[in-house]
Ligand binder design. Structure first.
Ligand code: AP5
Length: 231
């Protein structure tokens, strides 16, 4: 591994990105995971992979995701439990889009204890509704490596083409306006209660996600660098 790619330090924790669709969870979770050399676990990406390969889970999840609803806990929890069993998660991991319900958060608490981790470190991405719509409608994702762009704020050098690997940039099917409304409603109803759930436990760290990507990245880096006594 080249020196520049060496992880800065041990993470030793589960870090959770909590925030509405389009708040920048994926953008920042990838950077943080790469910085510490731990896996970036996006339940949205995992589910989209299942849909793409047509697995039983994918067949069940596809129509639910297309409507903008949450996939049932029973399906998501099994997928997450299997993923964090893998050895690459032993030094910590970064969740993006999980947990999304109180039941998922309670189950995650048990899983973390079982695997010998302390409590999670929760990053709450705070952002206005108006900015969310701009970010979601402008998002384009690389069909090969998954790099995230935005036609308004983070355009690629060549329109429609990924800077990293030349992959075609595509718009997610659930980024259509009518689905965005359903996703935002699902967030308010089922996921927003997690803010108080984690705040009461004292695990919540609030970030102003309306700032630029490098500014948000720096705020998160400082917050996470303050973590001590991992396992
Ligand atoms: P998922 O893939 O998790 O989608 P989401 O939560 O709706 O979040 P997004 O991916 O839309 O946004 P993001 O916050 O990651 O923002 P991003 O970094 O891309 O879930 C999809 C579906 O899967 C769900 O609807 C559900 O059906 C199912 N699902 C997933 N997990 C589940 C679970 N646990 N339980 C049940 N169901 C589940 O950024 C957005 C845009 O903004 C990009 O264009 C980016 O370039 C730009 N941007 C980011 N940061 C900045 C910035 N600081 N300044 C300017 N632009 C920025």
């Amino acid at each position: 591994m080249a020196l520049a790619e060496r992880p800065v330090a041990k993470l030793g924790h589960a870090v959770i990105f909590l925030g509405p669709p389009g708040s920048g969870k994926g953008t920042q979770a990838k950077v943080l995971a790469a910085k510490y050399g731990v896996p970036h676990l996006s339940t949205g990406d995992m589910l989209r992979e299942h849909v793409a390969k047509g697995s039983l889970l994918g067949v069940k999840a596809k129509p639910i995701m297309e409507r903008g609803d949450l996939v049932p806990d029973s399906l998501v929890l099994k997928m997450v439990a299997e993923r964090i069993e893998r050895p690459d998660c032993s030094l910590g991991f970064v969740f993006d889009g999980f947990p999304r319900t109180v039941a998922q958060a309670q189950y995650l608490g048990e899983l973390l204890k079982y695997h010998g981790f302390a409590h999670p470190f929760v990053i709450h991405m705070i952002i206005s509704h108006m900015l969310l719509i701009r970010r979601i409608t402008g998002r384009r994702t690389c069909s090969i490596g998954g790099e995230i762009y935005n036609i308004f704020d983070r355009p690629p050098k060549v329109e429609g083409i990924c800077d990293n690997d030349g992959g075609e940039l595509i718009q997610r099917p659930d980024d259509r306006e009518e689905v965005i409304r359903a996703r935002l409603m699902a967030y308010e109803k089922q996921t927003a209660p997690l803010v108080n759930y984690y705040r009461r436990l004292g695990f919540l760290h609030e970030i102003d996600a309306s700032k630029s990507v490098p500014e948000v990245e720096q705020e998160i880096a400082q917050a996470v660098a303050g973590l001590r006594g991992a396992r």
